[in-house]
Ligand binder design. Structure first.
Ligand SMILES: [Zn+2]
Length: 364
């Protein structure tokens, strides 16, 4: 069974499903080709690029990169845009984010990416996820049925000095000093948000970190809020939870087959192995180990796999990615260019803006 983990050839061991990876990231222009290579090698047909909201200077290019990818590979790339926080702070008027989401949709985004519920982001913003500042924004998304990939929470171990994994410590994703919102507080904010906007089409990535909370709680949440879904983008620890109770989780995946989406997060430098591991988990009954975890596959039926591998995603977005409004994209580029030049973001970011321009100028 080692062939699944062989990175040298293309993946032939699995079923020939059409696959949409609903959750990828592009950090810089050079990542675009890397992702194209992964798609080819791993037989991924289409991807969705989740553009992070501009909460940090390094994210100012995120929306541009998503749109650049879309125009370079027409028909293959979806992109979800992120909000721009003026001066990296919450704006004072709810008009701001409403105006922004309208513009994001005209630009050609297929949905919205939020990371505002990640504990460090939420701490920095300093306002609940249901703050009235987002009212116009959420109402718009609810009325237009626009999907949101909304990162809320993190694995419970990130709040626990004894259990926090090394990569989380290294990335600054541990929440040990009491200044970060607790996982349950974030869940509470989502309950309040959904009470106000129950029609929001939210996809909670990483299974809403409910793998470790257990089947009963995950079921209760999905039953209570019929318009939300989970993606199964790793943290691999989620697959550890599934594998410990694989028969029951298999039933869960079948019962909620319309609410589960395939995504990879491609952030590992290890994309092919991640994709193989996820597919092996979904499609076989193999017992195997990955990253020190002992995993066991749940061997889902073909019609369920088809939904998880893309059917559920295109129910939100339609089958064809939206076209990019190139004129508006160039206007946006120039705005951000000015912002970067007038800031202390540094030379590296200006060089990156040059590379984006080069990519765009081919199209003009
Ligand atoms: Zn992600």
């Amino acid at each position: 069974m080692d062939r699944y983990l062989d990175t040298s050839g293309s993946i032939t061991a699995f079923s020939k499903e059409k696959i949409i990876d609903c959750h990828t990231h592009v950090r810089e222009v050079n990542d675009i080709q890397k992702l194209v290579d992964v798609m080819k090698e791993a037989n991924i047909d289409m991807i969705n690029v989740a553009c992070l909201p501009v909460l940090l200077d390094e994210y100012v290019t995120q929306n541009l990169l998503g749109l650049l990818f879309k125009v370079q590979k027409p028909g293959k790339i979806f992109a979800f845009g992120g909000l721009e926080y003026p001066n990296f702070e919450l704006p004072s008027s709810e008009e701001e984010f409403l105006k922004q989401v309208e513009e994001l949709m005209v630009l050609g985004f297929d949905g919205i990416k939020m990371i505002e519920g990640k504990p460090n982001a939420r701490k920095g913003i300093g306002a609940p996820l249901y703050s009235h500042i987002y009212d116009g924004f959420y109402s718009y998304l609810e009325n237009k049925k626009i999907p949101i990939i909304f990162h809320v929470g993190d694995p419970g171990s990130f709040w626990d000095a004894k259990r926090a994994p090394a990569f989380a410590v290294k990335s600054g994703w541990t929440y040990l000093d009491g200044t970060y919102p607790k996982k349950e507080e974030l869940y509470g904010e989502v309950e309040e948000l959904l009470k106000r906007y129950p029609g929001l089409n939210i996809i909670f990535p990483h299974f809403y970190f409910m793998g470790e909370e257990g089947i009963e709680r995950a079921s209760r949440f999905l039953n209570k809020w019929p318009n939300v879904s989970f993606d199964i983008t790793p943290g691999i620890e989620m697959y550890d939870s599934f594998s410990r109770n694989s028969n029951e989780w298999r039933e869960f995946f079948i019962k909620y087959q319309d609410r589960i989406l395939f995504g990879t997060d491609n952030d590992y430098g290890d994309s092919i192995n991640i994709i193989c591991t996820m597919r092996r988990f979904l499609e076989t009954e193999d017992e195997f180990s990955y990253w020190g975890f002992d995993l066991k596959g749940i061997c889902l039926p073909k019609d369920v796999l088809e939904k998880i591998y893309g059917g559920n995603f295109i129910r939100y977005t339609g089958e064809v990615p939206k076209d990019v409004n190139v004129d508006l994209l160039m206007k946006k580029y120039n705005e951000i260019r000015k912002q970067v030049e007038n800031s202390s973001f540094g030379e590296k970011l200006i060089e990156e803006m040059d590379r984006i321009y080069e990519g765009l100028s081919d199209l003009l």
